[in-house]
Design a protein around this ligand. Structure first.
Ligand SMILES: [Zn+2]
Length: 115
């Protein structure tokens, strides 16, 4: 299952960061593109399972979905591709190229603050 592999690799990165900062991580945000799309619920569950018994147990993981972007062949405008209205936002042309899909990325880790 794709999500399990992703969850384990994210957990590993978070644990390395936590070791360096010495603080307990409370939440993290990951982002992914539309081709690399993750199921949010499956992802949360996979992460919870992977994190159980580690320093990351109980932290929350948020998945942010980055929309596909395309560049118009007519006017060179780059726009967010809308599957329900697949034309250039500027000139309404249906001729466009897709930009590379957003990679799977660990965007942010929030640590517990030491008071
Ligand atoms: Zn255009």
């Amino acid at each position: 299952m794709h999500e399990t592999v992703v969850a384990e690799s994210i957990l590993k990165t978070i644990l390395e960061n936590a070791r360096q900062t010495g603080a307990k991580p409370v939440s993290a945000i990951i982002s992914c593109g539309q081709f690399n799309v993750l199921n949010d619920e499956v992802m949360s569950f996979a992460f919870e399972t992977a994190a159980a018994g580690t320093f990351c147990e109980g932290m929350t993981l948020t998945v942010k979905h980055i929309p596909m972007r395309a560049t118009c062949k007519q006017c060179k405008t780059t726009f967010e591709f809308d599957i329900y209205h697949p034309v250039c936002k500027q000139c309404e042309s249906g001729e466009f190229d897709f930009e590379p899909d957003a990679p799977l990325l660990l965007e942010e880790i929030e640590f517990e603050e030491n008071e």
